[in-house]
Write a protein that binds this ligand. Structure first.
Ligand SMILES: Nc1nc2c(ncn2[C@@H]2O[C@H](COP(=O)(O)OP(=O)(O)OP(=O)(O)O)[C@@H](O)[C@H]2O)c(=O)[nH]1
Ligand SMILES: [Mg+2]
Length: 424
């Protein structure tokens, strides 16, 4: 507890913007392992070029810093390099902005090589214009002996190095993208449909993926396939794919990826292009929403807009409301339809309904039939056993008798084996 950075949150509220979500900023600080000591909001007509907030506010912040032993002042929006330095000087504490905070959380969470490179790229892109800010600052001071010249030279060097590094990372990411593409092509060739779970951070995407995995594998196997799910913003950074069988028996892949947030910094959107663009190749998108989210509408729109930005074609979207086990607003209905499903990923409530709906969206309607497959066509049986739901299999001398689920568009193909339709 003692070692946590003590943070003061500062938001400038402009008249034409949504009310700033201080609570979310606080959750971001916690995800970065900081502790929120207090917060200040200032209503202003515009942003102050030098100090972001008004000068009077900055003095107030300086007093807070002293009084409350603040280590770090966190601002609600992106600051320029010179603003950061001006404020740091005035308040005598470290100053960071929301983008930097998110980058910091991302840096902590990135587990894969690709994730780490993406974060580094975003960090470098964030720092580049801020070096220029420093540069301006020095020029304004006019330098003085021994400051301006070398300072500028060093800056130029830093800037060049950063640009080189950005290039290197970009190349490495391009190589990794090729590996990803190869895997994707294989899935397409094998006709394995992909379902992308998207949603605002903390909606329960990873918990849902884990619930799906549990329905599929034995306890021990499932344990090994579980992804990290936690009550914190941006618990997941890397895209995770898991194979699951739909009720009709067809194998699909569910993917869980980085959560969205309002004003996701552009450096991150750009750097995480590879990860985010996986959504483009989905056959179906599950938009997962925390039904108890106080800013549900805003967060829903944020996610929808980001998806729209990334995806350039029409991919069907299934809206899924999660966490209905702890509904706090008793006015909401929880009656599922073809396009809206209510679940509890944590309690595994309505998982069958969800999987059945996904199955229908991807493969169309299905029915269960009794079949008789003669020995000469026995490989048809093996295929069905692997790829469709089958039960009550019995072999007699002539072949296999079984029940199997067939999707409507393949009924014709199996017509000659079908002996009847099975209810239920
Ligand atoms: N009560 C309740 N809590 C849930 C449910 N599903 C998930 N949670 C909790 O919500 C928190 C966030 O879950 P995650 O699965 O990590 O959420 P996420 O969408 O993957 O979040 P990020 O990876 O951070 O974007 C965890 O504490 C979960 O236990 C649910 O159905 N009911
Ligand atoms: Mg997650």
């Amino acid at each position: 507890m003692e070692n946590k950075e003590r943070c003061l949150l500062v938001a400038v509220q402009l008249p034409n913007e949504d009310e700033y979500d201080m609570e979310e900023l606080g959750l971001l600080v916690e995800a970065a392992d900081g502790i929120v000591i207090s917060s200040i909001t200032q209503n202003r007509q515009g942003i102050d070029n030098r100090f972001y907030a008004g000068q009077g506010k900055i003095e107030e912040i300086a007093a807070y810093v002293k009084e409350l032993e603040i280590d770090t002042v966190v601002f609600n929006d992106e600051l320029s390099g010179s603003q950061i330095r001006n404020i740091e000087e005035a308040v005598d504490a470290k100053v960071i902005d929301r983008t930097n905070l998110i980058l910091d959380i991302f840096a902590k969470r990135a587990l894969t090589k690709e994730g780490q490179l993406q974060v580094e790229l975003a960090q470098l892109k964030y720092s580049l214009p801020r070096l220029i800010g420093l540069n301006k600052n020095l020029s304004r001071l006019g330098g003085g002996i021994g400051t301006r010249g070398p300072g500028e030279q060093k800056l130029e060097l830093d800037r060049r190095r950063i640009k080189e590094k950005i290039n290197d990372i970009q190349n490495e990411l391009n190589d990794l993208e090729k590996v990803r593409e190869t895997k994707r092509k294989k899935r397409m060739k094998d006709q394995v449909p992909v379902i992308s779970i998207v949603g605002y951070t903390n909606a329960g995407k990873s918990t849902l993926l884990n619930a799906l995995v549990e329905s599929e594998y034995s306890e021990e196997e499932a344990e090994n396939k579980k992804v990290f799910a936690h009550d914190m913003l941006f618990a997941t950074l890397d895209t995770e794919l898991r194979r699951v069988r739909l009720p009709g028996g067809r194998r699909v892949v569910f993917s869980d990826t980085v959560g969205f947030i309002k004003k996701l910094p552009t450096q991150i959107v750009e750097a995480f292009k590879g990860t985010l663009e996986e959504i483009k190749y989905a056959d179906l998108i599950i938009h997962l929403i925390d039904i108890n989210d106080e800013n549900l509408q805003l967060h829903k729109e944020t996610t929808a807009k980001l998806v729209e930005k990334i995806v350039d074609k029409d991919i069907p979207v299934l809206t899924v409301y999660n966490k209905i086990d702890k509904i706090i607003n008793d006015k909401v209905t929880t009656v599922s339809t073809n396009d809206i499903i209510y679940i509890s990923a944590k309690n595994k409530f309505n998982m069958d309904l969800l999987l059945n709906t996904v199955d229908t969206k991807i493969n169309g309607e299905k029915h269960k039939y009794s079949l008789k497959i003669p020995n000469k066509d026995i490989k048809e049986y093996y295929w069905l056993y692997e790829n469709r739901y089958t039960e009550n299999v019995e072999f007699d001398g002539e072949g296999a008798n079984l029940n199997a689920v067939l999707y409507d568009n393949e009924k014709e193909q199996y017509k000659k084996y079908i002996t009847g339709e099975v209810n239920g």
